[in-house]
Design a protein around this ligand. Structure first.
Ligand SMILES: Nc1nc2c(ncn2[C@@H]2O[C@H](COP(=O)(O)OP(=O)(O)O)[C@@H](O)[C@H]2O)c(=O)[nH]1
Ligand SMILES: [Mg+2]
Length: 317
């Protein structure tokens, strides 16, 4: 049951999110608990508030909800893997469900809006690499979370998640567009990805058609279901393409190619970039040989030659 919380609650919640000290956090949580309407729909939020207040009073620094990340609060999340992907969107799009089902992270998933209060990280495996997915608190138009804004701006890729189970689908997407504008990440013509989640829901196909009718020219729309996993592989592939990266395989002279541990670099990288990524000592290599569709097998390449996705490079020191 939705909690239908008053705007003041979200304002306090945001202040709590950006608060600098535990004293401030505690007093904001107490204020949230004071003003929250107590009814069946808000039961879960209320009990969560009580639990967190108690935990502050015990002097613990637990900040997230159940299962949330316990790391200390920081707006910037160091990048891991082949790219940092930030999931943003309206409440109940399924951001947390995607993280939970597609990675080994266990964020709280719930039909109660605004359950997610802290970013949570998980790694999504794609073939022989991994992407860092970040689940975020849902966006609200009249209250922009500075955490989500910062993450959106620094991400390698932002993935808006909307729900095909929602009758507010078009409004939800408009809110995402407004948020991206606020973040200074304008939506490019047919460039920005949008994940239309919950494809398994009743009426999803019809809503997808409507979504496409209105937005096919503006967005690349990718239907998926976090629940069934439908569309996951295609989405992972699209993420890979959107990141403008390539994989190359280093090979030691006389040894077999290691296919399970590629070097990931931006498209346009050179033989020297690959050498330096492998190890700083490799920057001084004597010569390098390369294999791939663009090359003669084992041909010698120079430092400034541009490498291609899938190339195998052998460095001679
Ligand atoms: N049927 C269906 N339900 C989903 C799917 N993804 C999420 N949900 C449900 O939608 C609700 C909101 O999900 P959640 O991940 O917490 O949304 P968030 O607010 O975007 O993080 C939960 O009850 C989920 O179980 C999906 O692919 N299919
Ligand atoms: Mg969530």
């Amino acid at each position: 049951m939705p909690a239908n919380l008053p705007p003041t609650y979200y304002k306090l919640k945001h202040q709590h999110e950006v608060a600098k000290t535990d004293e401030e956090r505690l007093s904001l949580l107490e204020e949230m608990l004071r003003i929250i309407p107590k009814h069946k729909g808000s039961e879960k939020v209320v009990s969560d508030l009580r639990r967190r207040i108690a935990s502050y009073k015990r002097g613990s620094s637990e900040k997230g909800g159940k299962g949330a990340s316990k790391r200390s609060y920081s707006e910037h999340i160091p990048k891991q893997g082949a790219g940092q992907i930030v999931l943003i969107g309206p409440p109940n799009g399924g951001k947390s469900q995607i993280l939970s089902n597609f990675t080994n992270a266990k964020p709280e998933v719930s039909p109660t809006p605004y359950t997610t209060t802290m970013p949570t990280i998980g790694m999504l495996r794609y073939e022989n690499i991994q992407f860092q997915l970040i689940d975020t608190p849902s966006i609200l138009l009249d209250f922009i979370s500075s955490t989500v804004l910062t993450l959106t701006r620094s991400a390698d890729l932002v993935l808006p998640i909307v729900s095909l189970a929602s009758d507010n689908l078009l409004d939800d997407l408009d809110m995402v567009v407004a948020f991206l504008k606020e973040a200074g990440c304008g939506t490019s013509e047919n460039g920005t990805l949008v994940v239309a989640n919950q494809l398994d829901a009743t009426g999803a196909e019809e809503r997808l058609e409507i979504l496409k009718e209105f937005y096919d020219d503006t967005f690349q729309i990718h239907p998926i279901s976090a629940e069934t996993g439908a569309g996951k592989e295609t989405l992972s592939h699209v993420i890979y393409t959107e990141l403008d990266i390539l994989r190359i395989y280093p090979k030691a002279p006389g040894k077999a190619i290691e296919r399970d541990d590629p070097i990931v670099l931006p498209i346009g990288s050179t033989v020297l970039d690959a050498a330096m990524e492998l190890h700083k000592d490799f920057a001084e290599f004597r010569f390098a040989r390369i294999w791939g569709p663009q090359w003669h097998d084992g041909q010698s390449v120079s430092r400034n030659d541009v490498i291609h996705d899938g190339d195998v490079v052998e460095f001679h020191l």
